[in-house]
Design a protein around this ligand. Structure first.
Ligand code: PMP
Length: 411
């Protein structure tokens, strides 16, 4: 039987009651962003009603409350990721800003002419472009781990790319375009054996599975709060303490300094060294509340539920005539990506929207991997733990009607 009561979970997410085009919303665009439980919405309101202040600088009651809430959220992120300490967690806007921070600080310091950076063919543009920019600035080379026809990375080919010039390997844990679960632990171990550092992009993994950065042994790990039921505009970088301690700051300003004269500035240690200016305090606190929420349900329970739902949805989609599923790796999470004979991806997206079903259609900010499969765009339903088999049935029924050229009856 299911590991938690999905109907009770659904009642925690007010937007799931929303009606779209006369139907109850079916949200299958979780890889783009996730919805927020009432607990997160309430926590934001509570912060602004009872705790709002800038942090660290002022010695008054609300400053103390805001600081406790913000640093409490940092500790929650550290525990959620299995980090050794809260000092290893830097708050950023999201995965994109996190990867840019690492490329601009660690990258600028450690990547030089003739050096090599490895990414996989699966990467989101956020884990390609910052490395490309760094490589161009430094005269370094970007190398790409190829994938097989199922959309899984080829570890043997990866092994051949590693060499003494490899400085960093940056890979996603789950592909946002295909759903492939990448064997990041092996990839990190192979990077370390070659003397390189490793970054794992967890934007698509943390909401679907238990993550432990110490078990993976990643030097860096990034994710976005908004994809794990938290507000937009907040995310985190995990960095191993010894790696962060050696890293130069990124932006300069208040908060990140220990002492400033016109001659010289002494910076704080991590993580404050990387948090110049007033941070996104309330949304960080909201992220802490989102982590509390998913931990109450249990990431193992969420993973088990979604595994069965993904299998159910995969089976259902394969009954649609003329469908081509892209991304068929044995180990997948959340994402289904497909094209449908006779229809553009926009047409499929529009037909689903008319039925109140939200999916993404387009290139998903991952053009290289779609082109690897000979397409420019796919339709991408993506699941979360609040989705149900009933919702999947509706999706499949609408696609079957579309595929057979029939118009849809009211539902
Ligand atoms: N990496 C992956 C794998 C993603 O799916 C995304 C978001 N689609 C990002 C990075 C970037 O996340 P954000 O836009 O929240 O910074």
């Amino acid at each position: 039987h299911p590991p938690f009561d999905v109907n009770a979970v659904r009642r925690d997410f007010p937007i799931l009651q929303e009606r779209v085009n006369g139907r109850q919303l079916i949200w299958l665009d979780n890889a783009a962003t996730t919805h927020k439980p009432q607990a997160v919405i309430d926590r934001l309101a509570y912060f602004y009603e009872h705790e709002n202040s800038n942090i660290h600088r002022a010695a008054h009651e609300l400053a103390a409350r805001a600081t406790d809430a913000y640093e409490g959220a940092r500790s929650k992120v550290a525990r959620f990721l299995g980090a050794a300490s809260a000092e290893e967690i830097i708050f950023v806007r999201g995965a994109t800003e996190g990867i840019n921070l690492i490329a601009k600080t660690w990258g600028a310091q450690h990547v030089g002419e003739g050096d090599e950076i490895i990414v996989s063919h699966l990467e989101h543009h956020a884990n390609i472009v910052p490395w490309q920019q760094l490589a161009a600035a430094k005269g370094a080379k970007l190398r790409v781990i190829p994938v097989d026809d199922s959309g899984q990375v080829l570890l043997d080919e990866y092994g051949k790319l590693l060499n003494a010039r490899t400085r960093i390997v940056a890979v996603t844990q789950v592909s946002n375009a295909l759903g492939t679960v990448v064997p990041v632990k092996e990839i990190v171990a192979m990077a370390h054996a070659a003397g390189a550092k490793a970054l794992v992009d967890g934007a698509q993994s943390v909401s679907h599975m238990r993550v432990n950065v110490q078990d993976i042994d990643a030097d860096f790990f990034v994710f976005s709060g908004h994809k794990v039921f938290a507000p937009t505009g907040i995310g985190a970088v995990y960095g191993k303490r010894e790696v962060l301690e050696d890293m130069p700051p990124w932006q300069g300003g208040g908060n990140m300094i220990a002492d400033v004269t016109f001659e010289k500035t002494i910076y704080h240690g991590p993580p404050t060294r990387f948090e110049a200016g007033t941070g996104n305090i309330a949304d960080a606190v909201g992220l802490g509340a989102a982590i509390d929420y998913v931990e109450r349900i249990g990431m193992e329970n969420i993973a088990r539920y979604e595994h069965d739902l993904l299998a159910y949805a995969t089976h259902g989609l394969l009954t649609v005539p003329g469908i081509r599923l892209i991304g068929t790796a044995a180990d997948k999470a959340s994402v289904l990506s497909f094209v449908l004979n006779g229809y553009t991806t926009e047409e499929v997206g529009r037909a689903l929207n008319e039925e109140g079903i939200a999916v993404r259609s387009g290139h998903h900010c991952a053009q290289p991997i779609l082109r690897r499969f000979g397409v420019e765009a796919t339709v991408r339903p993506s699941l979360a733990f609040y989705n149900t088999c009933g919702e999947v049935d509706t999706l499949v029924a609408v696609l079957q009607r579309l595929a057979s050229g029939r118009t849809s009856p009211p539902r």
